[in-house]
Ligand binder design. Structure first.
Ligand code: CAO
Length: 422
């Protein structure tokens, strides 16, 4: 078995460039010239291709690492000529190494265009600008010679998209542009530090803006009496060792949300407003907002209805650790039913969570607290959980939202009777 190291080639004057994308995984069969990773400096982003056909056997970099010429990306088992790869055909990518392009020319090419195979003419700066705004560069019409795309084209494209849906008044867009272009010299008022916005936050920003601008949000605040559920949760013990089992309230909430989604399917949907269609999902994949040093991530816990409390608890622990170590595959962040965003471990009560587009609802969870509640003609100490349900008012109305909360309240409260546990 011939093994070859995959190495960062000459990348001009660049050093310690951040890895922003890993496009391969262990066991992948790849072709010569196929992109392995994307790296990005302040000035440009660069796709690093493979020099060999073969099978990936190790990956030595992770997102966020800084790499320079000669660093090892991973290694690959080289494909012998009689072996054949079963790989789908893809775009031809110009490989500076293969094409014998001089080192001095490489940087220039990188700065001119990153999409070698296709006919998109633009600069990395404009590409990055489009990416940060969530715009697909491949569908933008360039206004310059030979269709070259400039920053103004991206802006116009975004404006068009926003007005197309009629969710934004043109005057609002004008006002936003006015605010964006007003430069404030903060250092006129005192000392300041300027730092890069972390990558995950940069990626999330256009999604959050899109959701906030396009979806008419309403947030229903609701207090749920979880006394029985919480007593049950705290009483859980390992059958063999007798040791206490720690299960967070979120796991019970996941199950309660799935039960409610079954009764109120419009909460488990996405809408295609241009085609006037609602897409009803028959699966129950719950997104959990995870706070990490890199920013907020929302991985999905798949098929919640098929997993018991212990399985869900273990999975939640694993995915949140994977998020924090940047180990989760990109696709794990897509394809959700509804999201739960819990700040309950930290504190606070109600808040207004932003819907995780293209979903239509999100459940915010605050910290459960003991409160005096007037019940059965007397005041009693009960454990009360504050919930904040934000929903897309285009598809869900207020009455339905309250019924959804009533259902959650029953599942976690009076109907609890351990039903969520099995
Ligand atoms: N009320 C009271 N206590 C709660 C609670 C609630 N709603 N939710 C959790 N807790 C308790 C847990 O039981 C646990 O207590 P013990 O240590 O005594 O067992 C403790 O708080 C730890 O909570 P945690 O938040 O660290 O862990 P978790 O498993 O409950 O949550 C996760 C996992 C991934 C959701 C969480 O770590 C996290 O990242 N939360 C932040 C999400 C976020 O930032 N959302 C905001 C998005 S909007 O900007």
């Amino acid at each position: 078995m011939d093994v070859e190291k995959l190495i960062v080639p000459n990348i001009g004057d660049f050093k310690d460039v951040e890895v922003i994308e890993i496009l391969i995984k262990n066991g992948d069969n790849i072709k010569k010239n196929q992109t392995l990773i994307t790296i990005e400096s302040d000035k440009s982003s660069v796709e690093i291709p493979s020099n060999f056909d073969g099978k990936i056997i190790s990956i030595d970099v992770k997102i966020g690492d800084k790499v320079s010429e000669g660093n090892i990306i991973g290694s690959l088992e080289v494909l012998k000529s009689e072996q054949k790869l079963d790989i789908p055909k893809e775009k031809k990518i110009l490989n500076p190494v293969k094409e014998n392009i001089k080192n001095s020319e490489i940087k220039d090419i990188y700065l001119k265009s990153q999409n070698y195979g296709s006919k998109i003419f633009t600069t990395p700066k404009v590409r990055r600008y489009a990416r940060e705004l969530g715009a697909d560069i491949s569908v933008i019409q360039g206004s310059e010679r030979k269709g070259r795309i400039v920053q103004e084209d991206v802006k116009n494209f975004i404006k068009e998209k926003l007005t197309e849906g009629n969710f934004l008044d043109k005057n609002i867009i004008k006002k936003q542009q006015k605010i964006d272009t007003t430069e404030i010299n903060h250092n006129e008022f005192g000392d300041i530090d300027i730092k890069d916005i972390p990558r995950i936050k940069r990626i999330a920003a256009p999604h959050l803006s899109k959701s906030w601008n396009e979806i008419p949000h309403v947030t229903q605040h609701y207090e749920v009496d979880i006394t029985e559920m919480d007593n049950f949760r705290k009483s859980l013990r390992d059958t063999y060792t007798g040791e206490k089992i720690k299960i967070t309230p979120i796991v019970f909430l996941m199950r309660a949300v799935v039960k409610a989604l079954k009764v109120f399917p419009s909460f488990n949907s996405s809408i295609d407003i241009n085609k006037n269609k609602i897409i009803l999902k028959k699966y129950f994949h719950i997104g959990i907002a995870v706070d990490t040093d890199h920013g907020l991530m929302v991985p999905k816990i798949r098929n919640v209805e098929k997993k018991n409390l212990t399985e869900l608890s273990k999975e939640l622990k694993k995915v949140s650790e994977d998020c924090r170590n940047l180990k989760l595959d990109k696709k794990e962040f897509y394809g959700g039913s509804m999201t739960i965003s819990s700040l309950g471990g930290l504190g606070g009560s109600f808040f207004t969570p932003i819907i995780n587009y293209p979903e239509v609802a999100i459940l915010g969870v605050g910290k459960a607290e003991i409160k005096q509640v007037f019940k059965n003609d007397k005041f009693q100490s009960r454990i009360i959980l504050p919930l904040s349900l934000s929903y897309d008012h285009r598809i869900i109305d207020g009455a339905e939202a309250v019924k959804f909360c009533n259902h959650l309240s029953d599942s976690l409260g009076k109907d609890f009777a351990y039903k969520l546990a099995v």
